[in-house]
Design a protein around this ligand. Structure first.
Ligand SMILES: Nc1nc2c(ncn2[C@@H]2O[C@H](COP(=O)(O)OP(=O)(O)OP(=O)(O)O)[C@@H](O)[C@H]2O)c(=O)[nH]1
Length: 573
């Protein structure tokens, strides 16, 4: 896997880890913010709903209490059969009817169980006595239950089968001067209107319900859940608030909160809140106690509806877009500032390793990698210079060695190898140009005697002098050389018979005369051969050797030339 892929993979993993951690932290944070916010909203909502309910009921309750204390009614309740008192009481009742919001009232007398009622349409004008309550009739049980409990005030949601209406009844006990319960008065509010006005307020995500101290549902937008005639139902048969919840533990939570609020007994503004699950959705429940009516108001906030996760989508989209842009920018930075220079550097190193020092353009970012590239470039130039110097030296030394290998160390003339090469070159040139060249072979006469008599050093000295005289005698473009021992060879090019003969004689004469001048007289025998195009080395050397041999034979200090017809001619200089 390339460095680029690794860095990108690492980067992606790091960003995913960081994003996941941020997302988790964000979710935790947002959950806690939503929870705190939800609690505040729930508390405000619950107070608001409670206030609305109380506001709407307080006047009716006050009127009902006033009615229960009306002298006309109380006197009549003590003497229910007194027609005069009854007339005065009914007039009084009718005046209250005008004041009740529902324009309806009821009065039930304990002594004879007679139940009086009239409504907004004044349907029962002059006929307010409706029926007689029966202690054994379950529909009338509420009356006897309330009296038995002695609760001066009670709210009751109950259908009145006799009247064919379902109402939220405000029941207030009538007590005479001896504090005896003599009857009950009250009014009813149309349940549907009440639910619509107070409970089913149509705010999405907010559900309001009222429960009694047992948790029995009294007011709720869905009538099926309302625990009608709750007061007469035994425990266990009531429609309690937990019917709404998915989990049994929510019931304990809510009942616990009800208990707690009751203990705080209407402490002003006291609100308890907690989370419950309804239809699989998390709700925040806010509860307050309404001591004036003995009910609890529960507000359920559907957090998903109020603060839908879809609200977070733009945030998540912005987060993801920033993540991608960050990734892209990071990639571009890594690419331009690290990867590209490193990859170029890698190629450059490979190139140098292969011996190619001409570096391509290398990007140098302003960082450690840029400095590394700069060092590498300078190092490469140094290595290149050093290598070039080394190569130059090697080439120079090689050329020197090549030259030395072809030079005779004693005389400085070409040695046998050098002469061989020149002979080969000349043979090729002769063949190419069809022009011959001359070869002279000379040998110092009786050199052994010189060595023996004067010493080897003196012999060397004479060899050097002969070499100097030889060099001075031939043309600059001829090739004098020492063949070995006391034998010398001169290659003459261009050459003809005349040049060969003249040069051979000049050499012999020069050695003779110059050595005499130097006080160490020596002579040389010289054999010459005019080489023809097509002759090979062996033939040429053999012919020259033959001429030299002849010169020795003919008394030394002599020049002999071989011709193409194999004849050897002595030449007098
Ligand atoms: N001082 C010296 N002597 C050498 C060198 N190389 C060979 N010699 C001697 O040169 C002598 C050559 O003798 P030859 O050519 O055989 O015979 P010569 O005495 O010259 O007699 P001719 O050639 O017949 O005239 C030998 O004694 C070699 O030892 C050298 O480099 N220096």
């Amino acid at each position: 896997m390339s460095l680029k892929t690794r860095i990108l993979a690492l980067l992606t993993v790091l960003i995913i880890v960081a994003a996941s951690a941020s997302l988790l932290a964000y979710r935790e944070l947002s959950a806690s913010i939503i929870e705190r916010w939800g609690k505040q909203v729930a508390e405000i909502q619950v107070r608001y709903d409670s206030a609305r309910l109380l506001q709407s009921l307080e006047r009716e309750i006050g009127l009902a209490r006033q009615m229960a204390q009306s002298n006309a009614l109380l006197r009549w309740a003590d003497n229910p059969d007194d027609k005069l008192l009854e007339g005065a009481a009914i007039r009084q009742m009718e005046s209250y009817r005008e004041n009740f919001r529902d324009k309806s009232y009821f009065v039930a007398l304990r002594e004879n169980g007679r139940y009086y009622y009239n409504n907004a349409d004044d349907k029962y004008a002059n006929n307010q006595f409706r029926y007689v309550l029966d202690a054994n009739d379950p529909d009338d049980a509420w009356f006897y239950q309330l009296i038995e409990e002695g609760r001066d005030f009670h709210l009751n949601v109950n259908p009145d089968t006799e009247l064919g209406v379902t109402k939220l009844w405000i029941d207030v006990l009538m007590r005479n001067a001896d504090n005896e319960i003599v009857g009950m008065v009250g009014t009813g509010l149309n349940l549907d209107n009440f639910l619509q006005d107070i409970v089913d307020i149509g705010q999405e995500g907010i559900t309001t319900l009222f429960v009694d101290y047992n948790g029995a549902i009294q007011l709720y937008r869905d009538r099926n859940y309302i625990d009608f005639a709750s007061i007469i139902k035994p425990e266990g048969q009531k429609n309690t608030v937990d019917l709404l919840f998915d989990h049994p533990e929510d019931k304990h939570l809510i009942l616990g909160m009800l208990q707690m609020l009751k203990q705080r007994n209407g402490e002003k503004g006291a609100v308890e809140s907690g989370f419950v699950t309804i239809d699989g959705r998390k709700h925040l429940a806010g509860i307050s106690y309404l001591p004036a009516i003995g009910w609890f108001e529960i507000t359920l906030l559907d957090l998903n509806a109020l603060l839908s996760p879809s609200y977070l989508w733009p945030l998540i989209a912005v987060f993801l877009a920033s993540l991608l842009i960050t990734l892209l920018i990071f990639h571009l930075i890594i690419q331009s500032r690290i990867l590209k220079p490193v990859i170029s550097l890698e190629h450059a190193i490979k190139r140098v390793r292969e011996g190619r020092f001409d570096l391509p353009y290398l990007p140098k970012p302003d960082n450690e990698i840029g400095r590394l590239v700069d060092h590498f470039e300078k190092m490469t130039h140094t290595v290149h210079d050093t290598t070039r110097n080394l190569e130059d030296k090697v080439a120079h030394r090689t050329a020197e060695l090549h030259r030395l290998a072809r030079v005779d160390a004693l005389t400085g003339l070409k040695n046998r190898r050098g002469l061989d090469e020149v002979v080969v070159d000349e043979i090729e040139r002769a063949a190419r140009e069809q022009k011959g060249f001359g070869l002279i072979w000379l040998d110092i006469d009786n050199f052994k005697d010189i060595n023996d008599s004067l010493g080897h050093q003196a012999g060397d000295d004479i060899l050097c002098r002969v070499a100097l005289w030889l060099k001075a005698t031939v043309r600059p473009y001829d090739h004098p050389g020492r063949w070995g021992g006391d034998e010398f060879v001169v290659l003459l090019s261009p050459c003809d018979d005349e040049v060969l003969e003249q040069t051979s004689n000049r050499i012999r004469l020069a050695v003779e005369q110059e050595s005499l001048k130097a006080g160490m007289p020596v002579t040389v025998s010289v054999g010459g051969h005019l080489c023809q195009p097509g002759e090979d080395t062996d033939t040429i050397l053999r012919q020259a050797d033959r001429a030299l041999y002849a010169a020795k034979e003919r008394g030394r200090n002599t020049v002999c030339i071989t011709h193409s017809d194999e004849s050897i001619v002595s030449s007098e200089g």
